[in-house]
Design a protein around this ligand. Sequence first.
Ligand SMILES: Nc1ncnc2c1ncn2[C@@H]1O[C@H](COP(=O)(O)OP(=O)(O)O)[C@@H](O)[C@H]1O
Ligand SMILES: [Mg+2]
Length: 438
Amino acid sequence: METPNGHSQDSFVQGVRLVFRRRQDATRARGTALRIPGAKRFTFDSMKIESLRLKNFRAFQDTEWRNIPSFVVVVGANGTGKSTLFKVFEFLRDCMRDNVQIALHRLGGGRGFDEVRSRSATGPIEIELKFRDDGPLVTYLLQIDQEGGRPIVTQEVLKYRRGQYGQPWKFLDFSRGEGNAVTNEVEDVQDESQLTREWQTLKSPDILAIKGLAQFEKFPAVKSLGNLIENWHISDFHIGKARPEQDVGLAEHLSREGENLSLVVDYLFKFDRSVFDTIIEKLKARVPGVSKVESKVTDEGKVLLKFQDGAFEDPFLARHVSDGTIKMLAYLVLLHDPKPHPLLCIEEPENQLYPGLLNELVEEFRDYARNGGQVLVSTHSPDLLNATELDEVYWIVKRNGYSTIRRAADSEQVSTYMRDGDKMGWLWKQGFFDGVDP
Ligand SMILES: Nc1ncnc2c1ncn2[C@@H]1O[C@H](COP(=O)(O)OP(=O)(O)O)[C@@H](O)[C@H]1O
Ligand SMILES: [Mg+2]
């Protein structure tokens, strides 16, 4: 049956549309708020992951990371799984864009599933994310197993509580390419028994229902999840790659390894001067000697960065300025991106930076998180840790090849010392992070 606005009556999409304005392109709207007249504000800029549970995912054989704050710092020895935590999001993105088989291949190489699943473990790989976007806490569970030599989704569930009490409602519950999906208008439903579920089949058992079912494209929780997974960003900055000039081009956002730094600076200079000016002011305040930064297009069609040192007449080219200057500039560019990422993962930002700058860098991370983007940082640096607060710190403990995540605030000793004015980095160095040293 058709409704006046041309949508079928039983389409649950329609109900969603009434409450949540339609968005054509989640990517474009990154960081923008959706305002719906008369409805609760539904934002894409305050999305926050509250917990992550992993089973059989590389070194994380069975662990849950709870109470994840908006800005979080993870400490761990080499090989404990700091990068693996970030790879979870990369893996989910590959699952969403392609399918689980391709995602496993990207992460694990030729051995795919067998390489990704925790060594000597049995059973499926599981990822469970709990996140919130102003509204209720949403749980997304993805379970992948191997059957007949082929990875398939053995369970995919999306659930959340509509009311204040009781069990969460399952909006999607799939296994092996088929399952139940809710089809009615969610906002009219007062009780879970009123939900209409329809049995649906996906094209193949290795694609995700949140991707394969058109109706979920407009489903707010799925949209939030899709926005997070599509637009999260990892920064693993490599000085050597950021230094050389780049062929002329347009780049609005700093890339993972920073090789497009000169292009982004050039872009901001031309099209977003106030952001550019803020970045340069901050850089000047932090790096002695820098008085001006300019981008210049050469006759050969390259974009290069020139740094003016107040003491000298001729500017220095990016390839001749210090590592710390380039790195600080890169982080300022990343953190002042006019369209922040819902989730930003940063690998060991301390390298090449003068320890005194880490305090301010941490403050920049917090600002980014306050503006709506969640920030996960991995570190080896006591100086960076000294700038953090108790609730912001977690550490990884690896035992017998498997890793677990511990919350600093759960340690009575660390909490007590912090209350007495100690600092996280000192406590770590003095051995109070139980089990962190291999
Ligand atoms: N399938 C697996 N089972 C168990 N451990 C694994 C598996 N795959 C990788 N690892 C472990 O994870 C480590 C790499 O984790 P990584 O996240 O790069 O560590 P970090 O970033 O903390 O240095 C490897 O050294 C290896 O010990
Ligand atoms: Mg690493």
